[in-house]
Design a protein around this ligand. Structure first.
Ligand SMILES: [Zn+2]
Length: 143
């Protein structure tokens, strides 16, 4: 079986299971030894290789989570701020039907206050807005 594992030091083919390059004598990185092992279908490299080197290499390859965490902190607040225009925070959260209902309801309450001078609407409208903002914040925090 042809294998295509190269020594990172001298770029020669390494065709046999080894923990050092047969061409230049440099120690092979654990990734190269693993590739050799799987390409040749042989047993994994010696236990001495698995212990100290492999684990730290694996840990440092874990991608940092800081950006994702930062973003998910900002997201619910942005949704809440957008809800100052009633329903926009729901659109931002991807809840289009709820956003439309909240936006339509807000329009009805504002019209009822402006045109009919409805005292009921002046009570309901602020609650409607508070609900839209709180809902956008909570849903944004979940997503
Ligand atoms: Zn080499």
């Amino acid at each position: 079986m042809a294998i295509y594992v190269h020594c990172p030091h001298c770029h020669e083919h390494v065709a046999d299971m080894a923990d050092a390059c047969p061409h230049c004598g440099e120690a092979l990185p654990i990734g190269v030894v693993q590739a050799l092992s799987s390409a040749l279908g042989t047993a994994p490299p010696p236990a001495s290789f698995m212990g100290t080197e492999w684990v730290p290499t694996h840990v440092t390859q874990t991608p940092p989570q800081t950006y994702v965490a930062h973003h998910s902190v900002l997201r619910p607040w942005l949704a809440a701020v957008l809800s100052l225009i009633c329903g926009l925070g729901q659109f931002y959260n991807g809840q289009f039907v709820k956003g439309l209902v909240l936006l339509g309801g807000a329009a009805v309450w504002v019209a009822a206050i402006a045109v009919l001078q409805s005292s009921l609407a002046t009570v309901i409208a602020p609650l409607w807005w508070v609900y839209a903002i709180v809902d956008a914040y909570l849903v944004g925090r979940r997503g």
